[in-house]
Design a protein. Structure first.
Length: 185
């Protein structure tokens, strides 16, 4: 029989109140809080150690606090990733971020979804769909990326966009809902 965590990672309906999942979210929130409240005098080694604990592996990502996520360990970061202030990653499913990706302030990545059926929502059931962001992507401030979205390499997403569907590589896309504006040279 699958655990609730296995169901979550498989994109199936799962019980978000499962004790193992609640403990994992508490762990991530504690690490995010500790990271976000590090004194200015903290060393880069101290910051890197907390991020490695949060993401489950060492990273050269630059994360400007505050930063929030559900689990952390479901986020895979490429090299040279930058998160500006107030970014949120709801990582109930896998989040894969390529190399040289820039996130403006207050970007939100959502993998979590809820059933349309009210009875299932009342029972605390959720599901997740992965988010994938290719290499060399720039995501402007205040962007919301919805569950199941892939953003192609080299794309630029304009500030304030709500990305509800895949974005091809090497385009400028913006709006609510986000749409391709033009190819990039």
């Amino acid at each position: 029989m699958k655990s609730e965590k296995d169901k979550m990672l498989a994109g199936e309906l799962y019980d978000s109140s499962d004790a193992v999942l609640v403990a994992a979210r508490r762990r991530a929130r504690d690490l995010c809080r500790r990271f976000s409240t590090l004194p200015l005098s903290a060393t880069e080694e101290e910051r890197a150690a907390l991020l490695a604990e949060l993401f489950g592996r060492a990273t050269d990502a630059h994360v400007t606090p505050p930063f929030q996520c559900d689990y952390g360990v479901n986020i895979t970061l490429g090299r040279n990733v930058y998160f500006n202030f107030n970014c949120v990653v709801l990582d109930v499913a896998r989040v894969v971020i390529g190399d040289n990706v820039l996130f403006g302030p207050s970007v939100q990545l959502y993998t979590a979804g809820h059933p349309l059926d009210a009875e299932q929502r009342r029972r605390g059931l959720e599901f997740g769909k992965p988010v994938t962001i290719g290499d060399d992507v720039w995501i402007g401030g205040g962007v919301v990326i919805c569950p199941g979205v892939t953003i192609g390499a080299g794309a630029v997403i304009g500030a304030g966009s709500v990305v509800t569907r895949d974005v091809p590589p090497a385009v400028l896309a913006a709006g609510n809902p986000c749409r391709v504006i033009r190819p990039l040279e």
